[in-house]
Design a protein around this ligand. Structure first.
Ligand SMILES: Nc1ncnc2c1ncn2[C@@H]1O[C@H](COP(=O)(O)OP(=O)(O)O)[C@@H](O)[C@H]1O
Ligand SMILES: [Mg+2]
Length: 224
């Protein structure tokens, strides 16, 4: 389980997060929605270790990771997909995924796993392409694929639908559903709750630093 316990964050005298608490079970998808500037990215950066909370705790599988560095959190089962994809641009698509797979497996097994993952995301034809040459939509898929490559228990996805056209939005939704079926717990941020319908088991609304639960929609056919 991933627990966010009474997390607050101030930048100088400006309070962005006020006593935020909620949990994420393994295999569960939680949506975090709210207007621009409401603190979604800040919270994800705190959970992933890029930012420190002013107070509060992050507990991952019973372990206090509040002070753990980013790499340690990845090793312990956390991963993230950024709003602006951050692949290694000079590496090929395959190498980007392989790097993640190597965290858990030896090279030979990692190579097989990377191939498999690329197929799941429809990226196999681009395997030897340098990431820098990908389109916006392809980069987004690579970012999702990369976030799975370290076999995480929980993935933090910051606005995976931002700046995508209709076709890419549909495709990303499909891939997120597939990731859910694989059993990854996901915390997904978005502006509007609607885009997370039939994907999120629970949705929270964040505004003026406070987080509250707005709906609970257990999905049918969720076997995890
Ligand atoms: N490093 C920082 N220093 C000062 N203010 C920040 C910093 N990061 C974010 N903020 C402020 O915190 C608020 C929340 O930002 P953010 O978490 O990016 O919101 P969201 O992702 O919901 O749009 C904004 O007012 C933003 O300007
Ligand atoms: Mg943001």
């Amino acid at each position: 389980m991933l627990k966010i316990k009474s997390v607050s964050k101030q930048f100088n005298s400006f309070t962005v997060l006020k006593d935020v608490s909620f949990n994420l079970e393994k295999g569960e998808v939680v949506g975090l929605c709210g207007p621009n500037g409401s603190g979604k990215s800040t919270l994800l950066r705190i959970i992933s270790g890029f930012e420190k909370p002013s107070c509060g705790k992050i507990i991952l599988n019973e372990r206090d990771i509040t002070k753990a560095p980013v790499e340690k959190r990845v090793e312990l089962g956390l991963s993230f997909a950024f709003q602006m994809p951050r692949p290694f641009l000079r590496m090929t698509v395959f190498e980007n995924i392989l790097t993640g797979c190597m965290l858990r497996c030896e090279k030979e097994e990692a190579m097989l796993k990377a191939e498999e993952l690329l197929k799941l995301f429809g990226l196999e034809k681009l395997a030897d392409e340098k990431a820098i040459n990908l389109s916006q939509g392809e980069l987004k898929l690579l970012e999702l694929c990369r976030s799975l490559s370290t076999e995480p228990d929980f993935i933090l996805l910051d606005e995976p639908f931002a700046a995508l056209d209709r076709e890419n939005t549909k495709n990303v939704r499909k891939k997120l559903k597939m990731m859910k079926e694989i059993g990854a717990g996901m915390l997904i941020t978005a502006h509007k709750t609607r885009i997370l319908e039939k994907l999120a088991d629970e949705t929270y609304w964040i505004e003026l630093g406070k987080v509250r639960r707005i709906e609970e929609t257990k999905n049918q056919g969720d076997s995890s």
